[in-house]
Design a protein around this ligand. Structure first.
Ligand code: HEM
Ligand code: HEM
Length: 552
């Protein structure tokens, strides 16, 4: 091609040439932009601001452990055989040589002793699952105690709640896959619960297990549920959860310059992405270290599952412990109706189990109904400033912990040389009493802390320095708070309780007041009534005290 022809080329191409070729990265990006519109997407989101606080890293812990579980899970699928066909063991673990076991157990033994890196990956999968659920628990508590579930984030709270419940069941199905004596006992426990359902219990159990327990199907069925169905739904929910976090923008703690209409923090790119990436590797690293040095679920010590055997000290993973507790402490009631046995000792716990969980799901809706607050909230509460909510949260945790103690009653008995019956009775009583005590105590503590905040704002921080005045009096020097501290301690709003309104209308006719309105007014008083919040200092009070009179 001659130079002459070159100059007659279209002007656009000519301009390109005169600038030289764009770098490869830019050309790839241009190519993608032409097809996916990534530039406008990036422009809108790259500088998105994320507020910074350690407690916001808990959601990240959930996300990263979930990813680690998926990555390690895929590796395990390469070697795990989800089959209950009986085989004879000929692997490298000598004590079990020649024993009959299911292929599932055999392949998990193979993963643990003969596959390169198999035991480490298996342990990472299991440890990550435990930390994933613990992470969700604590993340949920962070969201709860700070009131981050309020409008507009109620739907995201529900997504989170579903993730928590599905996570529990995914963990349970995974735990059951190796078909060892411990997990088999867990599945047997589940079968017992299914059998206790009136009328359809037996049918349900036969349907689930493909016949009489344990049958030959459940590992294969649990397998599809464990690696495909539940994680698939969870993945979709996690994406939806994060999209909503993005869409609503993140909440922030009260502080100078932070309002309901802005977000103060770091841009997503590069700062937040770099931090998040680093944190992912940190989480992965810590889990890898734990998994490299701490044994989890050593199935070779338990042996393969046999329905006629039960191992002692059998415990589910921690997140299932509360359901175990419900059954262990329940009296073994049984009644006979028209020739059918109703095992209340198992059926009642089976009904209470979802109730413990549903209490979490519905809380945001109950609170907004009680308080009548329909506004958006992007500034987080300090737990002490919402004493009733905080007290409910602590009562729920107490309830959960009491049940966990019940779930491990045998371990408490053997470790602390206690009678198992005393522990059972302790848990039975504490199930009803402990949450109430926790509620009352927490509320008092919150109000005490509110009082302290009020004192601090009005009188400053107690320095611990004692001075003697010329006339002999001793005083403690109080140091005034900085403007930032003053702002943070007084930024919260205080509400008046919802009122029912007058009992008669303007014509003197008695108004009909619905029972629900009365209940709401009562509950609202419990949240915001006189004894349930300490009035924050007013500007006048502050001015009067700091203007000289009465100032220490
Ligand atoms: C797979 C499990 C989960 C993942 C990966 C996840 C991830 C995240 C991330 C990364 C954030 C933003 C950072 C933070 O505030 O920590 C977040 C926020 C949030 N999460 Fe989760 N979460 C999960 C489970 C839950 C659960 C169990 C709940 C509650 C029941 C929940 C409710 C929320 C709410 C309401 C927000 C918004 C908080 C705010 O803007 O302050 N999440 N989640
Ligand atoms: C939230 C998601 C998940 C949780 C909580 C979870 C939890 C578990 C647990 C506790 C076990 C028992 C491990 C042991 O033997 O000690 C297990 C086993 C297993 N999981 Fe998962 N898992 C999840 C997702 C997945 C995914 C996505 C896959 C595959 C793509 C997978 C594949 C497997 C396999 C093949 C086994 C059996 C092998 C074995 O027991 O070592 N898991 N899972």
């Amino acid at each position: 091609m001659s130079t002459n022809e070159n100059t007659t080329a279209t002007s656009a191409a000519g301009a390109d040439r005169s600038r030289g070729k764009a770098p490869a990265g830019e050309r790839v990006a241009d190519w993608a932009d032409g097809r996916l519109g990534i530039y406008s997407l990036a422009k809108a989101n790259m500088r998105k601001i994320f507020p910074d606080h350690w407690s916001f890293m808990l959601g990240e812990v959930c996300l990263y452990t979930f990813l680690i579980i998926i990555i390690t899970g895929v590796y395990l699928t390469l070697f795990f055989h989800p089959s209950m066909n009986e085989v004879e063991y000929h692997g490298s673990y000598v004590p079990l040589q020649g024993q009959l076991m299911s292929e599932a157990f055999n392949s998990t033994m193979h993963i643990s002793f003969d596959v390169r890196g198999g035991l480490l990956i298996r342990q990472i999968h299991h440890w990550a699952a435990l930390i994933f659920l613990a992470g969700m628990f604590v993340h949920m508590m962070r969201v709860f105690f700070t009131g981050a579930f309020r409008k507009p984030r109620e739907v995201n709270w529900l997504f989170g709640f579903l993730l928590f419940v599905l996570g529990m069941f995914t963990g349970f199905t995974g735990y059951s896959l190796p078909d060892d004596l411990l997990s088999g006992t867990g599945v047997r426990f589940m079968e017992g619960a299914v059998l206790s359902v009136p009328i359809v219990g037996t049918y349900l159990s036969f349907f689930l297990f493909g016949g009489e327990f344990p049958g030959g199907d459940f590992v294969a069925r649990f397998y599809s549920v464990h690696i495909l169905l539940l994680p698939g739904i969870m993945l979709g929910l996690v994406v939806a959860h994060l999209i909503l976090v993005f869409y609503h923008k993140h909440t922030q703690y009260a502080g100078p310059g932070k309002t309901n209409n802005n977000v103060v923090g770091m841009p997503l790119l590069p700062v937040y992405m770099a931090k998040a990436g680093g944190f992912f590797f940190l989480v992965f690293g810590v889990i890898a270290i734990i998994s490299a040095i701490a044994t989890i679920n050593p199935i070779w010590t338990m042996g393969p599952y046999r329905p006629d055997q039960v191992s002692t000290g059998a415990q589910p993973d921690w997140y299932m412990g509360f359901s175990e507790g419900l059954i262990r402490v329940m009296p073994g009631w049984e009644i006979n109706l028209w020739g059918h046995t109703l095992v209340l000792g198992v059926f009642i716990p089976l009904v209470v189990f979802p109730l413990v969980l549903v209490a979490i799901a519905v809380y945001p809706f109950i609170e907004s109904w009680v308080t009548g607050d329909k506004r958006e909230h992007h500034i987080l509460d300090r737990p002490r400033n919402a004493p009733t909510r905080t007290a409910f949260g602590v009562a729920w945790i107490t309830w959960y912990m009491v049940l966990l103690i019940g779930g491990g009653n045998d371990l408490w008995a053997t470790h602390f040389h206690l009678s198992i019956n005393s522990i059972t009775w302790f848990v039975r009583i504490a199930f009803f009493v402990a949450p109430v005590i926790a509620f009352v105590v927490t509320k008092r503590i919150c109000l005490g802390l509110q009082r302290r905040d009020r004192d601090k704002v009005l009188h400053g921080r107690e320095t611990g320095i004692i001075k003697r005045l010329p006339h002999g009096e001793f005083i403690e020097v109080h140091e005034p708070l900085s403007q930032e501290q003053l702002h943070t301690l007084t930024a919260h709003e205080q509400y008046v309780p919802a009122q029912i309104g007058p009992a008669v209308d303007e014509n003197g006719v008695k108004r009909k007041i619905k029972g629900s309105a009365k209940l709401r007014a009562k509950l609202s008083k419990a949240y915001y009534g006189e004894d349930n919040q300490i009035p924050k200092p007013t500007v006048e009070e502050y001015k009067e005290i700091t203007s000289g009179h009465g100032h220490h």
